[in-house]
Write a protein that binds this ligand. Structure first.
Ligand code: FAD
Length: 550
């Protein structure tokens, strides 16, 4: 059965009437990774999220699969080595979502790095992270640095280092991991909130959940329960009503998007700020995005607010570095804020706290995983499922096999008959154009959906003769998102399945009414729900617009 929101009732029936080995609460990248790992080792798994999948932090990151250079500064050598290895694996299993991204680190008179320390740092980093030779850094003198990035201020510049990061789409990576887990038998459902836990002889045996779309409340039975709720892990653990210490410190990170022409960098940059932090500037899809801030946060966790201070800080950092471009509030086209679920370290500042993950087990057996990075999701999942395997062995005498996710191609990554992903891109681009799509549209679809573009092309053929003003490019994606990616609301589609609210807000404003009508015909929305979803999207647009006012 398709992973379709048209089949929601069927999946709810399965959640209500089955008994699972593991219930995972939280459908961000952490929960998604655990679901895939557990299912691929033969466990019967349910995965739920109270919002859409990835609507928490996993759609609000810098969207990089890091090599971990930043952690070198904090002397976290083990972490650098681990994320470096993980980056290679993710590139292999999801080639459509991990593109090598040359990144320039300018060395300036006022900066925190000098030429010697920067080069030494790079060598250590590349050795620890196992960076492949073709992606080793290049050291550039001042003149060469200016050739590759003419926007840099000549007076301040001493030279630069060109190294590689990998670009991704965090929300799409999460949905591809979930889709792959569903292929392996996981029952995964969004808009399903855990509201309390159930126990048998004081041992956790499942959760009571509330369907956020119908207000139906029911129980999901599971032998083991994993709390993978990111910034909400303390809130969820506290449902146990045990006196547990809070594990998390939440910091907020904000990104702003401007038109590329306003900050026309030739490639990504990682640069020093006046307060000795580092910021990214990344060109993408005709825009440039900049981030991130790192400040302690308390407040609305579902919609973390972006403040005027966040905006002033980012604008100051960019304008200090690129004084000729004079970015202003009115240049901002879009923005997002994410919350980092970090392991509490009371004496440290926001940017000094480790990005390591840890897990904890309560006396009832609830396993909580916190901290970590998008990049390390697979390894985090492995650690949790290894722990589950240990518990299963002890309690049930059953042996669970070892982790195999390093060799499972994710949904969209199945291009095995092609030598390289680029060969696949070339062939599919020709196919897309033959169906009436433009080259750019075809390329966008190929990188967004990977090998699943074949399914999208089938939908293009089915919908192309419809009498509808909405471009086929969008119609085909709406149908695919609804029928294969459990997309239920217009925000699911325009924020998390396509990233349009962040990188193409013009498209959102132009087509949102038509998309709403098109989705309404596909989904069991009544008038009230359609209205609610419309208002929800408009609120997200309005929040961004406030930030662009001078
Ligand atoms: P989340 O994605 O927040 O998922 C938790 C989910 O649990 C949510 O969807 C929530 O709705 C759900 N939930 C909560 N309570 C309940 C409940 N009661 N019932 C059901 N569901 C519930 N990492 C990188 O590797 N590269 C980067 O470039 C990068 N950049 C970052 C930039 C910023 C600004 C931030 C904030 C983080 C960044 N990270 C990056 C880190 C990375 O994004 C996070 O570590 C990761 O996304 C956390 O995922 P998660 O699944 O643990 O949490």
């Amino acid at each position: 059965m398709n992973f379709s929101s048209q089949n929601r009732t069927h999946f709810i029936h399965q959640l209500k009437n089955s008994s699972f080995d593991v219930l995972i609460i939280g459908g961000g990248i952490t929960g998604a990774g655990i679901a895939l790992d557990a299912a691929s080792r033969g466990l019967k798994v349910a995965l739920i999220d109270m919002q859409d999948f990835s609507a928490g932090t996993s759609s609000r990151s810098t969207k990089l699969i890091h090599g971990g250079l930043r952690y070198l500064k904090q002397l976290e050598f083990k972490l650098v080595a681990e994320v470096g290895k993980e980056r290679k694996i993710i590139h292999q299993i999801a080639p459509h979502l991990t593109r090598p991204e040359p990144m320039l680190l300018p060395i300036t008179k006022k900066g925190s790095l000098n030429k010697t320390s920067a080069r030494l740092g790079m060598w250590i980093y590349e050795w620890l992270a196992g960076v492949k030779k073709s992606e080793w850094h290049q050291f550039l003198n001042r003149e060469k640095t200016l050739v590759i990035e003419p926007l840099l201020s000549k007076d301040e510049l001493l030279g630069g280092i060109l190294f590689y990061e990998y670009r991704t789409d965090d929300a799409r990576l999460t949905i591809e991991v979930i889709k792959e887990s569903v292929e392996k038998g996981v029952i995964a459902l969004n808009y399903m909130k855990a509201i309390s836990f159930n126990y048998e002889n004081k041992i956790i045996s499942g959760a009571k959940v509330s369907d956020q779309l119908s207000e139906d409340v029911f129980e999901i039975k599971a032998k083991y329960v994993v709390n993978a709720s990111g910034p909400w892990v303390d809130e969820l653990a506290n449902l146990e009503k045990q006196t547990v210490e809070n594990k998390l410190l939440i910091t907020k990170g904000v990104h702003f998007v401007v038109d590329w022409k306003k900050l026309p960098v030739k490639q990504s940059l990682y640069f020093d700020t006046h307060d000795k932090r580092m910021l990214f500037i990344i060109p993408r899809e005709g825009k440039t995005y900049i981030g991130t801030t790192d400040t302690f946060y308390k407040g609305d966790m579902i919609n973390p607010r972006i403040t005027e201070e966040d905006r002033s800080y980012i604008l100051k950092c960019v304008n200090d570095f690129f004084p000729n471009n004079k970015l202003s509030e009115s240049d901002i086209q879009s923005a997002w804020a994410g919350l980092r679920p970090l392991i509490s370290a009371p004496s440290k500042g926001p940017s000094e706290i480790s990005r390591k993950d840890e897990f904890f087990e309560s006396t009832s057996g609830l396993l909580t995983i916190a901290g970590g990075k998008l990049t390390g999701y697979r390894k985090m999942a492995q650690r949790i499922v290894d722990k589950l395997a240990e518990k299963i062995q002890k309690q049930e005498g059953k042996t669970i096999c070892k982790c195999i996710t390093q060799s499972i191609q994710l949904s969209g990554g199945k291009i095995n008959e092609f030598k390289t992903f680029l060969d696949f891109v070339e062939i599919q681009k020709i196919k897309g154009v033959s169906l009436g799509l433009t080259e750019l549209e075809s390329e966008t679809l190929i990188y967004r959906y990977g090998s699943n573009v074949i399914e999208i092309y089938k939908i293009v053929e089915e919908v192309k003769n419809e009498n509808n003003e909405l471009p086929i490019f969008l119609r085909a994606q709406v149908v695919y998102a609804v029928q294969h990616e459990m997309c239920f609301t217009i925000s699911d589609f325009l924020i998390r399945r396509t990233g349009a609210l962040y990188f193409n807000i013009e498209l959102v404003k132009k087509w949102k009414a038509s998309i709403l009508l098109y989705m309404q015909a596909l989904l069991p929305w009544n008038h009230e729900l359609a209205n609610k979803f419309d208002i929800e999207l408009q609120k997200a647009i309005d929040e961004i617009e406030v930030l662009t006012i001078k």
